[in-house]
Design a protein around this ligand. Structure first.
Ligand code: ADP
Ligand code: ZN
Length: 440
């Protein structure tokens, strides 16, 4: 089996554009009729639905940003009655910034098909046993790959993440051939298997589909060796549906974007200007046929390069590089979205100064998350136990804001270097992105 949906995946470029044009016109009308927030945005630009006549007019539409999503929380961008929806999912994000995405049955089917395409591109067919070790629940990872695996007719092991001993036991006992999880969890599973004395060639796996967070080519090789598999990348975001917006094929030269469902642009993050293919910029997606939560020109903040170069796999969908970074300051730590501004908020609420530094590293394939915080002068006389107490209190406050536990290290007043320009708030030692992704 080479493709899940051959006619779509190998459609000539002109045909994709024609299909996109038709779907876009319909979608703009749908959003205009049902989402007052977006209609207002269009009106502010003097636009009416009939001004969008083809995909070439996409650039005329206003952008949507994460801030818009926050302002519209929870139902402001919903384009069908709530009663027509069958599901929500939510970003790994945090209290203040959590995004709720709605799905009709049609939207769930569309998303699951995208994940099924990713599985086939990674060499799977209905004979495969797919172990889904992404988190289930609100997070899109588990639900997406679970659905894709069902669609393809694979025996699906809905493991969710965690409980590594059981993961390994089920993998071995039930003969899992494809593993789906975050790359960091894949590396962790590989390590746990090694510790149990299970050699790479002893496990039944042949491939893995890993995504939802940045990972390097070095990490790919380590996972491939550790598990004796071929490791594939998958990209997506809750706002647009979830994993499967783009996926790697055997060629592994970037990820094919499912262009029959999502139109993509790359823009200059400062000016918003659309950049030509091959330029580095911010990815912007338009959902062409989603019903419940059809975002138009959604700014992902992910920095990428697109390529239309012919791919030997036969798929005609445009390819994107791995995200090379972000145009905002969002960090992804252990799969959770963290904004430095949230840390600052907690510090100020708790009576600290905004002098802090976030240090993120990756030790044994797990992210470490430390926050150095300056003690205000008046609290500096405290005893060691007093300091520990304050550290605990602060860590708990951050945990409740971020949904992830930092190690707080209180330091003396004026010990964190001041900067004359932009403060260096984040020291990310993980080196998860690289610039040279197009090899050929
Ligand atoms: P999800 O719940 O699907 O992970 P989120 O909305 O929480 O979605 O996170 C989406 C973000 O995760 C993307 O905008 C991107 O920054 C990051 N991401 C997803 N997949 C990958 C990947 N394969 N490589 C690098 N970053 C990724
Ligand atoms: Zn390909």
């Amino acid at each position: 089996m080479r493709y899940f949906h051959e006619t779509a995946e190998t459609m000539p470029a002109e045909q994709i554009r024609a299909l996109q044009s038709e779907k876009l016109c319909r979608q703009v009308r749908h959003v205009w009729d049902h989402v007052p927030f977006y209609r207002k945005k269009m009106e502010e630009k003097g636009l009416r639905p009939e001004d969008i006549r083809s995909i070439d007019d996409l650039h005329l539409l206003p952008f949507l940003t994460k801030a818009d999503l926050r302002d519209c929380y929870p139902c402001g961008l919903l384009a069908v009655p709530k009663g027509e929806c069958v599901r929500i999912q939510s970003t790994s994000g945090t209290t203040g910034r959590r995004v709720v995405a709605f799905y009709t049955q049609h939207d769930v089917d569309l998303w699951e098909e995208c994940c099924a395409r990713a599985l086939v591109a990674a060499g799977a067919d209905n004979e495969d046993v797919v172990q889904v070790a992404y988190g289930y629940g609100l997070f899109t990872g588990g639900a997406g790959l679970n659905g894709g695996s069902h669609k393809l007719g694979c025996l699906t092991l809905p493991m969710s993440s965690g409980n590594t001993d059981r993961q390994i036991q089920f993998m071995m006992d039930l003969g899992a051939t494809v593993l789906c999880c975050t790359p960091s969890y894949a590396a962790y599973i590989a390590e746990a298997m090694r510790e149990k004395g299970i050699r790479a060639e002893d496990n039944p796996l042949k491939a893995g589909i890993f995504g939802a967070e940045p990972w390097t080519e070095e990490m790919r090789r380590a996972i491939e060796q550790g598990l004796g598999i071929k490791a594939y990348d998958i990209y997506g975001l809750t706002e647009i549906s979830g994993p499967g917006v783009a996926f790697e094929c055997q060629e592994q030269q970037g990820m094919h974007i499912n262009e029959d469902h999502f139109a993509v642009e790359v823009i200059d993050p400062d000016t918003g200007e659309v950049l030509p293919e091959g330029s580095r910029g911010e990815l912007v997606f338009t959902c062409l046929d989603k019903e419940a939560f059809p975002l138009l020109r959604y700014r992902t903040r992910d920095i990428c390069v697109l390529s239309r170069k012919k791919c030997s796999c036969g798929r005609t969908f445009i390819r994107m590089t791995k995200p090379m970074g972000r145009s905002d300051d969002m960090l992804i730590i252990r799969g959770v979205n963290v904004f430095p501004s949230q840390i600052e908020t907690v510090l100020l609420q708790q009576g600290y100064t905004p002098n802090y530094q976030i240090i993120v590293d990756r030790v044994n394939n797990t992210d470490t998350f430390d926050v150095l915080v300056e003690l205000p002068e008046e609290r500096f006389t405290d005893t060691v136990s007093g300091v520990t107490e304050q550290e605990k209190k602060l860590a708990a406050a951050m945990q409740s804001m971020l949904g992830i536990h930092p190690v707080i290290r209180l330091v003396g007043p004026h010990t964190i270097a001041r900067s004359e320009g932009k403060a260096v708030r984040v020291v990310d030692k993980r080196k998860l992105t690289s610039d040279s992704q197009w090899k050929g």
